[in-house]
Structure formats: structure tokens, C-alpha cells
Write a protein that binds this ligand. Structure first.
Ligand code: AHG
Ligand code: MN
Ligand code: MN
Length: 343
């Protein structure tokens, strides 16, 4: 009788030895002998919320969850039903436990203090639904998170007022809801990406140790805003577009995370500069720019606010905005040179 072939893979193609997000987070935690495991649970709770949201997004058109609520958020932007659902999903995941002291969200005018979190070390800053204009057309959307540990008095909870800059982040990342749902995170030891296996409900390691190429073939910016930009930014984009070797292609989806994710993997530059309508930039520092800057820099890329560092920008208010560029070191350095040389 023939000996049965032994395989580590089961017939459905999932391998029980695969690296799960939970295992990866716990193994990373062991590299920090003084860690007490609280940050690990915060990340796992975010992954749980992401699974809930991913499931809801897939059914949103059938469940009457597309479209706007008719309200506007603190930024004056029309609120989508999915903005509210995403925000509620995150708040629910953290409201009745002691994991974080407060949540700052694009969709909440004021920080949400968490009653159980009176001794918690962390503040969670989140953009629950990034790229909301894509949500009604079945485009890619995302959740962005930054987990901050602001300085605090011994034994006291972290407070939003003590947030100093993006350097207070101890973890950051995003969940991208596209053809597959991908969880990308850093705790300061590289950047790792996990894809949701919907059959078994687990995020499995699919993109270990992501490295952003030193230079790359894409630029990503809303070129409809070119007339609103300052001359140095216009010249930078003209310079990229005019290359006779056609070194660069344009890619712009309208979802910050989707555009930055491409740049992170394939290289190039993402740009949302200041313009006449947004003289301080459009993207928000605490829950858009700083988390993505932490991720991109951990992957060996760069992030810039033009004349200054994204991660060192002092926090003045929770919804403050910033001009933002991120991606490959060469292209970001080139952008900085264009800005500097014309100042
Ligand atoms: P949000 O959907 O969270 O409000 O973010 C929208 C952001 C970002 O996702 C995207 O890159 C950018 O705004 C798109 O802005 P434009 O439509 O001005 O290009
Ligand atoms: Mn956003
Ligand atoms: Mn949003």
C-alpha cells in the first residue's frame, strides 16, 4: 500500500503553522521584557473591530448603509452612514474595558474619555473610515490608527492634553478594506502586513517586513488642485511629469491609505500639500499624517510636512491639519528640495 503523502497544509489551503497576527504581536512583545502586554491587547482589539467593520462594509449596500446621514462632522464634511458605523465600531471595542484612557476620532468633535480607563497608558487616535468618498462606489476604504503613550504622572491615566507629537506613538497602522482586508502595523520594529482569511476569521502574515523602495515609479496627488498649489509644489509635479524617460506614472484613488499603501510597496511619493482652500493642509495630523508617517519611516521611507518633520510637529489641537508628503526617500527628498529652494 502506498504511504500517504504528509502535508502541513489542510485541504482548504490554510496552514495551521501560519503566522497569525495574534502570534506575531505576542512574539514582538517578548522583545520588550518590561512590556506588560497591554499594547498587544489594544492591537488585538483593533483587529477585532476591523473584522466587524470589514464584514459590515461587504454587506453595506444590502443593509442600507451607503450614503450620507445628512449631518456634518466637526470638519464640516458630510458624514456618511459608514463613517458613523466605523466610529461606533471602534468606540464599542474600547468603551467598556480598561485598554485606553481616551479615543480621539475624526468623527467626534471632542475626545471620548473611557470611564474604565482611569489607569490606562494609551490614547487611541483614529480615522475610522478613510477615503469615505469611495464608500458609495465600492472603492477601497480604510481605518487609520495611532496608539499614543503621552507622558503622565505615575499611576494616573494618559490624557489627550499631554499628547505632544507623533513621536508619542508606540504603535500605528491601518486596516485597508479592498479586494482583501489587510492589517498593516508597526510598533517601531519594522512594518508587517496581514491578510484576513475570511474562512477562519484570522489575519495571517502575508507581507513580512515591508520595505519602501528608495525610489519608485509613482506619484499620487489630486491634480485637480494644481491651480490652488504654491509655485514650488507645481514645479515639483511638473518636473516629475515632464521626465522624457516617463519614469513616473500617476496613481490617485482618493483614499489616502490606498494611495500610501501602493507607494509603500512599490515606491514613489504621495502628496497632499497645502492649497488655497486648505492653507494648513487637508489631512489631519493625529490620526492620518502621524500614523502613516510612523509606518512609512519604519519601512525605510520618509515623511515630510514640506519644511518640517511630520512626526515632530507639535500637537496644538486634536483635529489640526498638516501638509503631507510620504514615500520613497529619494522622491520625498526631491520634494523637500523644491520647497526649500523656493523659500
Ligand atoms: P476622510 O475620508 O477620512 O475624510 O479622508 C479623506 C482624505 C483622504 O482619504 C484622501 O486622500 C483625501 O482626503 C482625498 O481628498 P480629495 O478628495 O481632496 O482628493
Ligand atoms: Mn481620512
Ligand atoms: Mn475618515
Amino acid at each position: 500500500m502506498a504511504t500517504p503523502v504528509r502535508t502541513t497544509e489542510n485541504p482548504r489551503g490554510t496552514d495551521s503553522n501560519r503566522m497569525t497576527l495574534a502570534r506575531h504581536i505576542l512574539e514582538s512583545q517578548r522583545e520588550h521584557p518590561r512590556a506588560r502586554g497591554e499594547l498587544s491587547v489594544v492591537l488585538l482589539q483593533l483587529a477585532f473591530a476591523a473584522k466587524v467593520f470589514s464584514h459590515a462594509l461587504g454587506r453595506a449596500a444590502l443593509a442600507g448603509q451607503l450614503g450620507s446621514t445628512g449631518e456634518r462632522n466637526v470638519q464640516g464634511e458630510a458624514t456618511k452612514k459608514l463613517d458613523v458605523f466605523g466610529n461606533d465600531t471602534i468606540v464599542d471595542a474600547f468603551a467598556r474595558n480598561e485598554l485606553v484612557a481616551a479615543i480621539v476620532s475624526e468623527e467626534m468633535t471632542e475626545p471620548r474619555q473611557i470611564a474604565c480607563g482611569t489607569r490606562a497608558s494609551y490614547v487611541l487616535c483614529v480615522d475610522p473610515l478613510d477615503g469615505s468618498s469611495n464608500s458609495d462606489v465600492n472603492g477601497v476604504v480604510a481605518t487609520i490608527f495611532g496608539v499614543y503613550r503621552p507622558p503622565r504622572d505615575v499611576g494616573a491615566a494618559a490624557t489627550v492634553e499631554r499628547l505632544q507629537s507623533g513621536r508619542d506613538q508606540v504603535a500605528a497602522g491601518y486596516i485597508m478594506y479592498g479586494p482583501s482586508t489587510v492589517f498593516v502595523y508597526t510598533t517601531g520594529s519594522g512594518v508587517h502586513g496581514f491578510t484576513l482569511d475570511r474562512d477562519i476569521g484570522e489575519f495571517l502574515l502575508s507581507h513580512p517586513d515591508i520595505r519602501c523602495p528608495q525610489q519608485g515609479p509613482y506619484y499620487s496627488a489630486n491634480l485637480a488642485n494644481v491651480p490652488e498649489w504654491d509655485e514650488s509644489t507645481r514645479e515639483f509635479i511638473r518636473h516629475l511629469a515632464a521626465r522624457s524617460d516617463r519614469a513616473y506614472s500617476l496613481r490617485y484613488s482618493g483614499a489616502l491609505v490606498a494611495d500610501v499603501h501602493r507607494i509603500l510597496l512599490d515606491g514613489g511619493i504621495y502628496l497632499y500639500p497645502a492649497d488655497r482652500r486648505h492653507p494648513g493642509g487637508k489631512l489631519r495630523l493625529a490620526y492620518e499624517c502621524a500614523p502613516l508617517a510612523f509606518v512609512v519611516e519604519q519601512a525605510g521611507g520618509s515623511a515630510s510636512a514640506g519644511m518640517s518633520s511630520v512626526l515632530d510637529t507639535p500637537f496644538e489641537s486634536i483635529h489640526q491639519r498638516l501638509p503631507f508628503a510620504a514615500g520613497s526617500r529619494d522622491e520625498v527628498a526631491m520634494f523637500d528640495r523644491f520647497i526649500r529652494d523656493r523659500c
